[in-house]
Design a binder for this molecule. Structure first.
Ligand code: FAD
Length: 495
C-alpha cells in the first residue's frame, strides 16, 4: 500500500449528505460528492490485510460477510490514494457492472467486514466506490462497449431489475443477442420504482446505464407482462435460453386477519412508492397516493419502510411514525453485538434523520405489535391499536417474545403503509413453463448453478434467493449469465 500507516494517522470521514431540513424540500439525491483529497485520505486508511474480508462475501459461502460480488476493494482503495482513478474504475468494473447503484444504495457489508473495524471505524469503502464510478462518468470514461463478435445465440431475460440487467450485460458481452422483457413502463425493476429518487436518481443514474446497455446491443421491451402479453412458453420456443429475473414481488400481509385490515387508507408500500416515482418523473400515474396533511404510520422498519418515511415527508405529511416489532438496537457497541455485525446493526437511515429534522423526534417505535386497525363511519382508517412486546420473555412453544401486560395503546393514523417484506415471485411465468418452486416459495435453482428443472430456463435474483439486496442481485445476474453461457456454448469465459 502507498501509505502503510494511513490507518493509524487518518480518521474515517463519511461522505457528506445534504442537510436533512433542506433536502426534504425536493426529490434530488441526498448524497454529496466528497472532495477528492478526502477520498485519497480515506483510501489510504486501507490496511491491505493478508485476507481482505471486505471482498470475500461470495467466496465464504454461507457466511454473510464481505462484498457479494468480490469487489477488489484493497486494490482500488490504493489506486484512489495514488490518484490513478482510471485504473481504479477498470478494477471496479471487473467485478461490478453497476457500481453507481451499489455505491449509492448498498448497505456495504464490505464495511462490516473491514478488519480495521475491529479497533477503529471501518474504511469508507462505499463512498470511494461511488466516487470512482461518478468520476468515470464525469470524465467520459464509461462508454458503450459492444461485443466484437456475435455467437448467433439468443436469450430472453424476464425482468429488468439489477439481476436481469447484470445477466443481460454479461450475456451481451459474451456475444449473445439479449432481449429483456419488463412489464413496467421503464427499465430498472426496484432500482427504478422501488428505491426512491432521493436515494438513486432515475433519469441521471438508472436510465443513463440503461442507455449504455441499449447502445451495446441489448434490446429492451417495456410494458410487456410475460404470462399475459406474451406467454412464457412462446419465449421458450423463440429463444435459445430464458433467464427468469422477475424479483420477489408478492408482498407479505401479516395482518390479513387483523381486525380492520380492509379499511380504506391501508396500503402496501410499493403501491405508494411506485406511482410517487412516476409522478416525480413527470407522469400522471393511476393510483397515486398522497400523504399531504396525513398522519402516516409505517409498519416495518427495513429499507422499504425508510423509503415510505422519506417519501411521506417530501409529500408534506403532518406526522410520521413507524412501528417495528424488533427490539431497539443498542446505541453502543456491546459484547452481544461484536465485529463484524456492529457497523451494520445500528442504522439511523436517511428517512429517520429527516423525520427527526422535520418533527423533532425519532419516528421509530420498537417492540410494537399491531392489534387492530380502527375506522371511522365512512370506512376510512383513523387509528391503530397496538401493544408492547418483551423479547427477553419468549413464549414457550410460541413467539420469541411475550406481550407486555397492560401495554395496549392507540395512535391516530389516517394513512398506513405496510412494509413487511415480500413472499417471493408471482406464480404465472413459472406455471406456464413448469418451473418448480422451493419450500420458501421461490423458483427452485441452486446458488452458483441457477438452472431450474426446465431445460434452458435459469433463475436469478430475488425470485430465486428471496428478497435481498441490489448487490446480491448483481452477484446472481453475473452468475446466471456464466451458467447460461456455458449451457449455450459448452464452456464459458464469463467470471
Ligand atoms: P427486481 O428489482 O424486483 O426486478 C424484477 C423485475 O421483474 C421488476 O421490474 C418486475 O416488474 C419484473 N417482472 C416481474 N414479473 C414480470 C413478468 N411476468 N413480465 C415482465 N416483467 C416482470 N436493496 C439494497 O441493496 N439497497 C436498498 O437501498 C434497497 N432499497 C429497497 C427499497 C425498496 C422499496 C424495496 C422494495 C427493495 C429495496 N432493496 C434494496 C432490495 C433490492 O431492490 C432488491 O433486492 C433487488 O432489486 C432485487 O433485484 P431483482 O432484479 O432480483 O428484482
Amino acid at each position: 500500500m502507498g501509505n502503510p500507516t494511513g490507518f493509524k494517522t487518518i480518521e474515517r470521514q463519511n461522505a457528506p449528505e445534504r442537510d436533512a431540513k433542506l433536502r426534504i424540500l425536493d426529490w434530488k439525491e441526498f448524497h454529496l460528492d466528497p472532495p477528492e483529497e478526502q477520498l485519497r485520505d480515506q483510501g489510504a486508511r486501507c490496511m491491505d490485510c493478508g485476507v481482505p474480508f471486505c471482498h470475500t462475501g461470495d467466496l465464504m459461502a454461507g457466511m454473510a460477510t464481505g462484498c457479494p460480488i468480490n469487489n477488489l476493494i484493497p486494490e482500488w482503495n490504493d489506486l484512489v490514494y495514488r490518484g490513478r482513478w482510471r485504473e481504479a474504475l477498470d478494477r471496479l468494473h471487473k467485478t461490478n457492472n453497476f457500481p453507481e447503484f451499489t455505491g449509492r444504495v448498498c448497505p456495504a457489508p464490505c464495511e462490516g467486514s473491514c478488519v480495521l473495524g475491529i479497533i477503529e471505524p471501518p474504511v469508507a469503502i462505499k463512498s470511494i466506490e461511488c466516487a470512482i464510478i461518478d468520476k468515470g462518468f464525469e470524465e467520459g470514461w464509461v462508454v458503450p462497449n459492444p461485443p466484437e463478435k456475435r455467437t448467433g445465440k439468443t436469450v430472453a431475460v424476464i425482468g429488468s431489475g439489477p439481476a436481469g440487467l447484470a445477466a443481460a450485460a454479461q450475456l451481451n458481452q459474451a456475444g449473445h443477442k439479449v432481449t429483456v422483457y419488463e412489464r413496467d413502463d421503464r427499465i430498472g425493476g426496484l432500482l427504478m420504482y422501488g428505491i426512491p429518487n432521493m436515494k438513486l436518481d432515475k433519469a441521471e443514474v438508472v436510465q443513463r446505464r440503461v442507455d449504455i446497455m441499449e447502445a451495446e446491443g441489448i434490446k429492451f421491451v417495456t410494458s410487456c407482462k410475460v404470462g399475459d402479453d406474451i406467454t412464457a412458453d412462446e419465449l421458450k420456443k423463440k429463444f435459445d435460453a430464458v433467464v427468469l429475473a422477475t424479483g420477489a414481488t408478492a408482498p407479505n400481509d401479516f395482518f390479513a386477519k387483523t381486525p380492520g385490515r380492509s379499511l380504506k387508507g391501508i396500503h402496501f408500500a410499493m403501491d405508494f412508492l411506485r406511482p410517487n416515482t412516476q409522478k416525480v418523473m413527470g407522469d400522471s400515474p393511476k393510483g397515486y397516493i398522497s400523504a399531504k396533511g396525513k398522519k402516516v404510520l409505517v409498519i416495518g422498519g427495513g429499507d422499504t419502510g425508510t423509503d415510505c418515511i422519506g417519501t411521506s415527508i417530501r409529500q408534506g405529511c403532518e406526522k410520521v411514525v413507524t412501528f417495528e416489532i424488533v427490539p431497539q438496537p443498542p446505541g453502543e457497541r456491546t459484547a452481544s453485538n461484536p465485529w463484524p455485525q456492529w457497523p451494520r446493526i445500528l442504522r439511523v437511515d436517511y428517512g429517520h434523520e429527516e423525520a427527526e429534522a422535520k418533527f423533532g423526534d425519532d419516528p421509530r417505535q420498537f417492540s410494537i405489535q399491531t392489534l387492530e386497525f380502527v375506522g371511522d363511519a365512512k370506512g376510512n382508517v383513523k387509528s391503530i391499536k397496538a401493544c408492547k412486546v418483551d423479547w427477553s420473555k419468549p413464549v414457550k412453544n410460541g413467539p420469541p417474545f411475550s406481550v407486555v401486560p397492560n401495554s395496549e395503546f392507540e395512535v391516530e393514523a389516517d394513512l398506513i403503509f405496510l412494509a413487511l417484506g415480500f413472499k417471493g415471485p408471482e406464480p404465472t411465468v413459472a406455471e406456464q413453463l413448469g418451473v418448480e418452486f422451493d419450500v420458501r416459495g421461490n423458483y427452485q435453482a441452486e446458488h452458483e448453478q441457477y438452472t431450474t428443472n426446465v431445460d434452458g430456463v435459469f433463475a436469478a435474483g430475488d425470485c430465486r434467493r428471496g428478497q435481498s439486496l441490489v448487490v446480491w442481485a448483481i452477484n446472481e445476474g453475473r452468475g446466471v449469465a456464466r451458467e447460461c453461457d456455458r449451457y449455450l456454448m459448452g464452456s464459458t469465459k464469463l467470471p
